[in-house]
Design a protein around this ligand. Structure first.
Ligand code: MN
Length: 131
């Protein structure tokens, strides 16, 4: 079985490396982008099964990028899980309104992240478009 592809959009380098390490070590094919522009460029060739989206990004933020991806037939089927700062109340509602299907709070809980991702993947049907 092919390794499942995950895109992580996160401008904090330490967070990006942490998430990439945790998920790569579980066998996922993980790519990272530090802003919306990089993410969109990567998505031209990389078809993820799931996207982890930091909401606070420089320039185009995670909400706007999520809305854009959800408006595009090429990417609207890809589940997007928001990465939200723990203290930011209200982020979750805004994330769902933008099109996210779930959220994970930061700081990242290294013990539970892989199982949370596995649950999200299991709850989302595999689209033929990601094959
Ligand atoms: Mn950020």
């Amino acid at each position: 079985m092919a390794r499942e592809r995950i895109l992580v959009v996160e401008d904090n380098d330490a967070n990006l490396r942490l998430v990439t390490f945790l998920l790569s070590s579980k066998g996922y094919d993980v790519r990272g982008a530090s802003d919306a522009q990089q993410a969109l460029l990567l998505l031209e060739t990389f078809r993820p099964r799931l996207i982890l989206m930091d909401l606070q990004l420089p320039g185009t933020d995670g909400y706007a990028l999520t809305r854009r991806l959800k408006a595009d037939p090429a990417s609207r089927h890809v589940p997007i899980i928001a990465l939200t700062a723990f203290a930011m109340r209200g982020d979750e509602e805004k994330a769902f309104a933008a099109g996210c299907t779930g959220y994970i709070t930061k700081p990242i809980d290294t013990r539970t992240l892989p199982s949370r991702i596995a649950e999200y993947l299991a709850s989302e049907p595999v689209s033929e478009r990601t094959m």
